[in-house]
Design a protein around this ligand. Structure first.
Ligand code: OGA
Ligand code: MN
Length: 216
């Protein structure tokens, strides 16, 4: 039998929530030792100063806007065993989501993200204008023992009533958030401490005029 990275009961819980309300947040969803290894890998990347300043928009519209988004990132490249395990878990999740939602997800783009103290990401949607190919967003938090006053919560807003908060997610290691990329507005509140996570997106191929939409 193949080893599964994700608990099937929790996976079903996630898929049900995505179908019913368009979002899911689960604590202790990703194994603690995997989060620890991924966090260590990100700390090494940050220490080597190889993280890139994140931007907004895609292709020629891509720009750096520190007033909107302050994280630095590194795209996963299967460079470690921990990355391999995380990508395997996301593959399992993709199959479960596809089985129930018929979304035809076929690609996963994913990066480490590091928010220095004071950084934030203003309210936004994850799918880009004219290229609505990001379908389901995922965020796995990596911060062990995040304090109650650490800040850096992700706030999910009601698409129908923009001021209404649906959830405020404490970025504790193991917590996993998943939501529909085209409809759920969300933001990262200013963090008081360095904050780490892995943000990823299941995509549909928006092949327009025979051109396959490129990843960054
Ligand atoms: C993103 C994002 C949320 C988070 O990278 O698009 O919204 O909690 N991240 O880091
Ligand atoms: Mn986002």
């Amino acid at each position: 039998m193949t080893h599964l990275c994700l608990d099937s009961r929790r996976c079903n819980e996630l898929v049900d929530a995505l179908v019913e309300q368009g979002w899911y947040v689960g604590e202790d969803f990703i194994a603690p030792d995997l989060c620890r290894d991924l966090n260590q890998e990100l700390a090494i990347l940050a220490g080597r100063d190889v993280l890139a300043i994140a931007g907004i928009g895609r292709g020629r519209e891509h720009e750096r806007r520190r007033d909107i988004r302050g994280d630095t990132i590194h795209w996963l490249d299967r460079g470690s065993e921990a990355q391999g395990h995380y990508l395997q878990a996301m593959g399992e999740l993709q199959r479960e989501i596809n089985r129930s939602l018929f979304l035809g997800l076929f690609e996963y783009e994913v990066h480490f993200a590091h928010y220095a103290a004071g950084a934030f990401y203003k309210r936004h949607l994850d799918s880009f204008r004219g290229r609505a190919n990001r379908v389901v967003s995922t965020v796995c938090y990596l911060n062990p023992d995040w304090p109650a006053d650490g800040g850096g919560e992700m706030v999910l807003y009601d698409p129908e009533s923009p001021e209404r908060e649906l959830a405020r997610v404490h970025p504790e290691a193991g917590t996993f958030a998943c939501f529909l990329s085209e409809t759920l507005p969300h933001e990262v509140l200013p963090t008081r401490l360095p904050r780490t996570c892995i943000a990823g997106w299941f995509r549909r191929n928006a092949s327009l005029g025979g051109l396959v939409d490129p990843a960054y």
